[in-house]
Ligand binder design. Structure first.
Ligand SMILES: [Fe+2]
Length: 145
């Protein structure tokens, strides 16, 4: 399995764009039983989770972490995504904020604006934890909480 930094502890899990496979919960449960924590990437941009946030909550209750894309909070993906991103943050559904950079031109690795936005919502200390402390632990393969 391709775990982060080959530490055998965390795995980035990107869901298919337009569906939520029925086996998702089972797969997450299975990974956890192997000591691997799935990190769900940008669920705020996922059509089904936008409509049924409880499906994300179930994955969180199973022990999954959630990584939000910074630009979702700044409105890059539109007002709808921005709104649900703020809701997810306030509900405590988000553990990490990341750039989701795919290339330096079309989606550059900019995070500062989103961190400012995040700080307004949950305070600077918790916002910094989401972009510094927690990611460092993940890279080191250490427990986050
Ligand atoms: Fe992605």
């Amino acid at each position: 399995m391709l775990t982060i930094n080959d530490a055998n502890r965390y795995l980035l899990l990107e869901l298919p764009d337009t569906s939520l496979p029925p086996a998702t919960e089972e797969i997450c449960f299975h990974l956890q039983s192997k000591g691997i924590t799935p990190i769900i990437t940008h669920p705020e941009r996922h059509m089904i989770i936008q409509e049924m946030p409880y499906k994300l909550k179930r994955l969180i209750d199973l022990g999954c972490l959630v990584q939000m894309t910074g630009n979702s909070l700044t409105g890059w993906f539109g007002r709808g995504v921005k709104k649900i991103s703020r809701q997810f943050v306030k509900l405590g559904y988000v553990h990490l904020l990341a750039t989701d950079t795919h290339d330096p031109k079309r989606r550059p690795p900019v995070l500062s604006q989103a961190v400012t936005e995040l700080s307004r919502l949950i305070g600077e200390k918790r916002a910094q934890a989401m972009v510094n402390d927690i990611p460092q632990k993940i890279i080191a393969g250490e427990p986050c909480f």
